[in-house]
Design a protein around this ligand. Sequence first.
Ligand code: N01
Length: 533
Amino acid sequence: MTTQDSDFDAVVVGAGISGLYAVYKFRQRGMRVQGFESAEGVGGTWYHNRYPGARCDVESIDYSYSFDDQLQQEWTWTERFATQEEILRYLDHVADRHDLRSAYDFLTRVTSAVYDEKAGRWTVTTDTGKTITARFCILATGVLSATNKPDIPGRDTFAGESYHTGEWPHEPVDFAGKRVGVIGTGSSGIQAIPVIAEAADQVVVFQRSPNYSIPAGNRRLTDDVLAEVKANYAERRRLSRISGGGTPNSPHPKGAMEVDEAERTRVYDEWWQRGGYLFTKAFPDQMVSKAANDTARVYVEAKIREMVADPEVAEQLIPDDHPIGTKRIVTDTGYFQTYNRDNVTLVNLRRTPITEITASGVRTGEASYDLDILIFATGFDAMTGSLSRIDIRGRDGRALTAEWSAGPRTYLGLAVDGFPNMFILSGPGSPSVLANMVLMAEQHVDWVASCMDHLDSHEIATIEATREAADDWVAECNAKAAGTLFPTANSWYMGANIPGKPRVFMPYIGGFGNYNTICAEVAAAGYKGFALD
Ligand code: N01
């Protein structure tokens, strides 16, 4: 390989939603792009999370690219909330349609990315022994992709089949006649448990923390609904871009505490019918006022009691340690009713913690559960985990992990001081997981691409966040989070699910629309807060 062959305008790490669009957009600019992806195919999250029941909790018509109008007119989503299989088929289609696979080396994990100050280039090495250089380093490594398998004594001694929901095998798992244990009741566990319960002989759910979950209200999308959406897609996208969460939904004009009880109940009934995590957005004060939040909490708790036949089990399924919505609220299909089945047992780990995993199953302080299959639905080292497993070094060999030892520090979530020409897509400090991740990815990539236009037209080689701008942005993110109820929960947003991880609220919670305005203002002001050289 000649130097010419191994030197690129940009390297894109990851072939998920944001990486694919970055490759498309940069190639549109005439750039030479090298992509790396550790999996065998495109799709990122949707490639790996193939567990039974996996679906997106954002409506399919919104959780899809807007950059290609012909694509959004031609593609037909079949259900309101798409399955993993349908989303992956869509992303495969997008990759083929725009010839994006040709940019990538698949089955190739980036091990290091090191900035060479003299050359003004990033040197990127992979686990396949490849080394390339590039002017721009684009980290599209995903926010929920580094799986967390807790260090439970005897974890690896289990003799049956064992899976993590985030690394699910491609071959179907046969549950028929099997005794299945599921550890974890976050979104993944809550989606998987009802589907597994229908197929398995026995399901034992090991629950440490109960979670709030709202029925999805999923349904097939009719031709009429799709025709209406497609006729109004431009407006739907416009409303999404100015919204708080990247979908065309806005809360009631008044706060929950400003309306009477009858109106509150009417609004909650309406949002309950809408289904899913949107329930936390019914009233504008729901996530900032404890009193307002309590009204939503009490409403949902009554619903749980209605859905679960055994009152004692119902009480164990109701959270008592966080305001509703401060942990990602789950969107489910038939979750609570699953506990009415004879073949499902709830084990409350708060009462009887797991003492060990053995060859034959799981042992708690009170009992031993013999299992054929053990599923870890135990989540991810969110937002920073996919970055910290790459050795990323900026100026003077400074390691990103060391720079972030007290929590992630970015400017706008996009850039880090000391790491020139490096951009993180949908990372900490951006709205990221609090927004529709597809429009989030488009916003980031579009901003980065027009930043590149600016650099090129002004003959500027490098762009780098200033330390002061990063400090101010971190302070702004913290202040925004402190004005909400979110920091009161031990959530993965706070890094609380990983032992030893700093407790910092990682996403920017000022709203997707506000964030878009801030980014546009920074660019219009000649990239305020960045040093251009
Ligand atoms: O992971 P989680 P997830 N012993 O971290 C438990 C997105 N997502 O994969 O709360 C026993 O939420 C842990 O218990 P606790 C979505 O943003 C979206 O489910 O730490 N239990 C918890 O119950 C979501 O929020 C979709 O006490 C242990 C569970 O494991 C995010 O991904 C679908 C344990 C982990 O829950 C992550 O969801 C799926 C231990 N040692 C995911 N360690 C949709 O779009 C952990 N747990 C619908």
